[in-house]
Design a protein around this ligand. Structure first.
Ligand code: OAD
Length: 244
């Protein structure tokens, strides 16, 4: 349980804020049963995410990469938003008169399922595919797929997951808009991320350096812990409903 003083301080900051930013990582979905990338259960057949989520891995062995995504897609399909996702969607509703935006590194779609609307999926969505030849985007690609890699419905070339992989660049317009929003935020909640990926960390630091009040929620320390105003040690599904 959080102390009444901490709850009160965070509630006051939420009430006083004009622009709220939230950054989430895999930890917010852990209580929905989706394994995080780093830490226990973060490996698959002895591969690390960094060895499979790359253009090189896909060139070498597209079927292997798709098998990994099929495993993750089947978990995501079965998973439901947890109280952490729901609290964030509720925070957006409660602050509908303010500027609010949620930036997630997650590709599982659970924030949207929980009702979040002002949302940027920085790394894409696991249920979307993209043709490697004609760039056709296929949304709501169901799982299981009968052929791996799945053929593009437009040109029959192999499709890949429409996800940002290691070594690929973020959409510049999306990045520009995100930076602009974070620089102008006066409150940022950083939830369930280890802070190992450069761009999301940079985005959070933009808000912190511009003077945003910053709160982290994570059972463990992250690379952002030393930069934030308050770091709450615990599970987001338990802490968020207490402060929202
Ligand atoms: P990580 O797996 O690196 O970190 C997950 C974080 O969640 C850790 O700091 C955990 O302590 C924390 N955590 C675990 N359970 C939690 C809970 N119940 N509540 C709150 N926090 C909890 O995941 P990310 O930081 O999201 O990129 O990783 C960033 C990116 O690296 C991912 O988007 C992915 C990955 O490779 C791509 O796929 C491009």
């Amino acid at each position: 349980m959080l102390s009444p003083d901490i709850k009160n301080e965070i509630s006051q900051k939420i009430i006083a804020s004009r622009q709220i930013a939230i950054l989430t990582g895999a930890g917010i979905s852990a209580e929905s049963g989706i394994p995080t990338f780093r830490g226990n259960g973060g490996h698959w057949k002895n591969f690390r995410a960094e060895e499979l989520a790359t253009p090189d891995a896909f060139r070498r062995d597209p079927k292997l990469v798709w098998e990994w995504y099929e495993m993750r897609r089947s978990i995501c399909k079965k998973s439901l938003p947890n109280p952490g996702h729901i609290a964030i969607a509720e925070l957006e509703k409660q602050n509908s008169s303010k500027k609010f935006h949620l930036f997630t590194q997650n590709v599982d779609g659970l924030h949207r399922q929980a009702g979040s609307k002002k949302l940027t999926e920085l790394h894409g969505n696991i249920f979307t595919g993209r043709c490697t030849k004609c760039n056709h985007i296929e949304e709501n690609l169901d799982t299981p797929l009968s052929t791996l890699p799945p053929p593009c419905p437009q040109c029959s070339s192999p499709m890949r997951p429409h996800i940002l992989w290691f070594g690929e660049t973020y959409d510049p317009k999306m990045l520009e808009n995100s930076i602009e929003f974070l620089r102008n935020s006066d409150l940022i909640l950083i939830i369930g991320t280890s802070g190992q990926v450069t761009v999301p960390v940079y985005l959070a630091q933009e808000a912190i350096q511009a003077g945003a009040f910053s709160v982290e929620i994570n059972p463990e320390e992250s690379t952002l812990t030393s930069s934030v105003d308050i770091s709450l040690r615990g599970k987001s599904g338990e802490i968020l409903p207490q402060i929202i």
